[in-house]
Design a protein around this ligand. Structure first.
Ligand code: PLP
Length: 397
């Protein structure tokens, strides 16, 4: 068994060797600037970018010109949300309101907070104990003044899948634009921008075995019309929506990563579901007081989020030797506060503090899952013994 075992694939994934192989020539051989159309170096780079655009579009059922390259999903989320809001204002439109969820990624929430400071209004709808939004409540929150709804396809901590197709249908009926951060869903569950009626969708390469620092925003062309105020001004790249010299090797990697997802999604999801369920059953059959956070029914195949009664998540992470898991999103793993996602689901501080997120991935094996079960069980037992732990009643959890 090779240690440490990596099981934090929601934070990031290793680059698939096939992706790396596709990228390598674009560093040293085909290194041209994709905007230099006057010579062969530039034209070859541009051709590679257009090939990648097609590979991405195919995976999500979009048209290639609807793919705008960015530096990752943080930028894509910012561009989608601030871009729509600021363009509405620039064009003198009266709509001023955004609807989102408190369980969204910080890239969405902090963009909304920024817009509130600029005078826009934002509604943060509550989610249920299972992490899911109530469609009736969402319908009720959309008003005459609403310009945008932003709801993620899959949550990065608890893996729950929101009813995206229904939300898209509702937004379309009500004439409101719909943005979805689909970073965690892409390549894991089918994502189809037509079926979802989504108008803007954020993608990043490093969650699907591509490189870090490259992503894309799907921007619907045609009806309804989506117009964005750019965040970055410059040479007018990407139809003026995102200036800056394109990261050709990164874009080639993102394209290849999407192609591989498309090839392998069915088999990989089946395999990861089986491994995830083995992990869950293995832990729960040997330890009492272990609770699943978030809907098990509407969930990504590779996600498991568990709370261990009587155990501090941080203590478990420290005690767990040789296993890389996390207590939640990587962007807050340096802070000691508990997960805002779990708290938004109505969870008490104790349970939120005792949670661990497992993110299985393409390169995990059954042997590794069995080793992680053993190590978790041993560490939890040790910590409980040390603290004189007594099981609580279900109601308290
Ligand atoms: N949205 C979600 C749901 C994520 O999980 C992440 C990953 O951290 C991001 C956005 C940010 O993506 P990136 O790291 O590409 O900026």
């Amino acid at each position: 068994m090779k240690l440490p075992i990596y099981m934090d694939n929601h934070a990031t994934t290793p680059v698939d060797p096939r992706v790396l192989e596709a990228m390598l020539p674009y560093f040293t051989q085909t290194f041209g600037n994709a905007a230099s159309r006057t010579h062969v170096f530039g034209r070859e780079a541009a051709a590679a970018v257009e090939r990648a655009r097609k590979q991405i579009a195919r995976l999500i059922h979009a048209n290639p010109p609807e793919i705008v390259f960015t530096s990752g999903a943080t930028e894509s989320d910012n561009l989608a949300i601030k871009g729509v809001a600021r363009m509405h204002r620039q064009e003198g439109k009266s709509r001023n309101h955004i609807v989102t969820l408190p369980t969204e990624h910080k890239a969405v929430l902090d963009s909304c907070r920024r817009l509130e400071k600029e005078g826009f209004e934002v509604s943060y709808l509550p989610v249920g104990a299972d992490g899911l939004v109530d469609l009736g409540e969402l319908g009720g929150a959309i008003s005459e003044g609403t310009m945008l709804v932003s709801v993620m396809a899959a949550n990065n901590e608890i893996g729950v899948l929101q009813p995206i197709n229904e939300i898209g249908e509702l937004c379309r009926e009500r004439g409101v634009l719909f943005h979805s951060d689909a970073v965690q869903a892409i390549g894991k569950v089918p994502v189809d921008v037509q079926a979802m009626n989504v108008d803007l969708m954020s993608i990043t390469a490093h969650k699907i075995y591509g490189p870090k620092g490259v992503g894309a925003l799907y921007v619907r062309s045609g009806k309804p019309e989506v117009r964005l105020a750019p965040l970055i001004d410059g040479g007018g790249h990407e139809l003026g929506m995102r200036s800056g010299t394109l990261n050709v090797p990164g874009i080639v990697g993102l394209g290849k990563a999407c192609e591989l997802c498309m090839q392998d999604i069915v088999e990989e999801s089946r395999r990861l579901t089986a491994l995830r369920d083995r992990l869950k059953d293995g832990i729960q059959s040997r330890l009492e007081g272990v609770h699943v956070n978030g809907s098990m029914e509407h969930r990504l195949p590779h996600n498991l989020n568990l709370s261990f009664e009587g155990v501090e998540g941080e203590a478990l992470l420290t005690g767990l030797d040789g296993v890389a898991v996390s207590s939640g999103a990587a962007c807050r793993s340096l802070a000691s506060e508990s997960s805002y996602v779990l708290r938004a689901m109505g969870m008490g501080e104790d349970r939120a503090q005792s949670s661990i997120r497992f993110g299985l991935g393409r390169f995990n094996t059954q042997e590794e899952v069995d080793e992680v079960i053993d190590r978790i069980v041993e560490t939890v037992k040790g910590l409980r013994e040390f603290s004189g732990f007594a099981l609580r009643s279900q109601e308290q959890w």
